[in-house]
Design a protein around this ligand. Sequence first.
Ligand SMILES: *[C@@H]1O[C@H](CO)[C@@H](O)[C@H](O)[C@H]1NC(C)=O
Length: 520
Amino acid sequence: MSLKCLVFIYLLCELCSAYKVLVVFPLPGKSHSILGEGYVRHLVNAGHEVTYLTAIPAKMKSENLRHILLESNFKYFPEDEILDISKMLSKETEMTSLRTVLEVMYTLANATVNHPNVQNLMNNLDEKFDLVIAEWMYNELYAGIAAVFKCPLIWSSSVNPHPLVLALIDEAPNPAYAADLVQSDAVPPFTFWERCQELWTQIHTQYMLWQLRAGDNQVYIDAFTPPFQKRGQALPPYEEVKYNASLILGNSHVSTGEAIRLPINHINIGGYHIDEVVKPLPKDLQEIMDNAKNGVIYFSMGSMLKSRSMPNELKRRILDMFSQLKQTVLWKFEEDLPNLPKNVHILKWAPQQSILAHPNCILFITHGGLLSTTEALHFGVPIIGIPMFADQALNVKRAQSKGFAIKVTFDNDVPDNLKAAITEILGNPKYRERVTELSFVHHHRPVSPSTELLHWVDHVVKTRGAPHLRSPALMMPWYQKYYLDLVAIILVVLIAVIRLIKMILCSSNNKSAIGSKKFN
Ligand SMILES: *[C@@H]1O[C@H](CO)[C@@H](O)[C@H](O)[C@H]1NC(C)=O
C-alpha cells in the first residue's frame, strides 16, 4: 500500500517537472526544420512548454507550443539559388568551401539575434526559460540567448561529431584519424597525404575563424548588451558564453559515423527525428509498392535540392535508364515529366520513412544527407549515394566503406554510372547483408534516442547546467595541452647549461692559454 503510494507520488512528481524550453533552429532549411521539430515533438509530448524560434513553423499543434517566426531568414539562405543542381554541375556554386559556409551562417546568425522578434523576446523581463536548445551551425551567437535568460544551454549538432563541434565542449580530436566534415571525405585509416591534409585543414580553419572573430564579437556586443542592461547586468565576455554549453545532443550514431572517442557530454541521439510508429502510405502508393513484384527503387535528392533545376537532357537520359529496369521506380520530383515509362512514378511529395519501411523497397538512391542515410539504416535499405554538398560526400564515403552503399559522382555521365551501380548493388547480396547488420547496430541501444533526449534535458535542468560533465580540457590553452611551456623551460635550461659549460671551458682554456702562452 505505502509502496504504491510512493510510486504514485513519484509519477506525479515526474509529471510535475514540466520545463520551459526555448528551441532555437533559425536555419530555413527543410532538413534542419525536421531536426528542430524532432525536439519540439518529443518535448511537447513529454509535457514541457516549448517556445520554438524558427523560420519554418512546426506541423504539430499544441497548447504547449508557441512559435516565434523568423520568416525573413529565408533572405539570408536562398535555398533554391544556393542549391541549384545546374549551377553545381557547372561549378558555379560551391557549398563545399568552409569560408562560404562560415560567412552564410554568420550572416544568418547576425540577422537572427537582431531580428525584432528575438530582440523583443530577450528584452521582455517576463520571459523565463529553464533551458535553451540551439542548433549549432558554424556560429556560437545563440549561446548569448541562454546567457540572457541565465539558463543552461544544450547545443544540437545536426551531424556526426567533428572537430569544430567537439571543440565547443572539449577539444578538437586528433586530425590523424578524425576528418573535417565539410572540407574532406576521407575515411580512416588515412593515407600519409590525407593525414597531412586533415592537419592543414584544422590549422587553416582556425585561421578563418580567427579572421571572423572580431566581427562576431561586435555582433554579440550589439545584440546582447540591451537585454543585459535591461536586467541591470553587465554583458559577460563572449569567450565565456561561447564555451558554456552543458552538452551537445548530436544527430549522430556510430552506425553512420566513426567510433571516435567522445567527451562525456556529447550524446548521440541519431534517429530521434524518425517517427516511432510508421505512418501508413497513401492508398495509391501502397498499391504500387505492394504490386512491385521485382521490388521498388526509391530515388530522391533530398528536400533541399530540387530536381527541377536539373538540365532537361539529363532528366530524359535518367528516365531512359530507369525504363530499362524491371523494378518499379519512385522518383521524388517536383514536376510532371512527359512520356513517363510504365515502371516509373513521379511523387511530388514523398512519405520517405513509410516508403523505406515497405518490405518491397530494395534500394534508395539519395544525395546522402545524414537524415536520409540514417533512415536508410533504420529501415535497412542499401543506398546509392550521389553527394552534392556539405557533409554528404563524407556520409556517402563512410557508408561505402561500411559496405552498404555505392557512391556515384554527379556529372553528365550519371545515367550510365547509376545503371552500373544499380546492377551491382541489386545483384550482389553483400550490400543487403551489411545494411541488415548495421541496422541492428543502429537499433541496439539501451534506450531509444528520444528517451535519451528527454533524459539529458531533465538532467541538465535538474543539475542547473550539469557542471560536473564539463571537460577539464575546455578552458586549457593549447600550448599547455602540448606541454609547450615545459618544452620552453627545458630549452631555456638546456641553453643555459650549454652556455655555462661553454663559458667554463672557455675560461679554463683561456687560463691554460695564458699559462702556456700558446697563441702568442
Ligand atoms: C554558464 O552556464 C551556467 C549553467 O548552465 C549558467 O548558470 C550561467 O549563467 C552561464 N554563464 C554565462 C556567463 O552565461
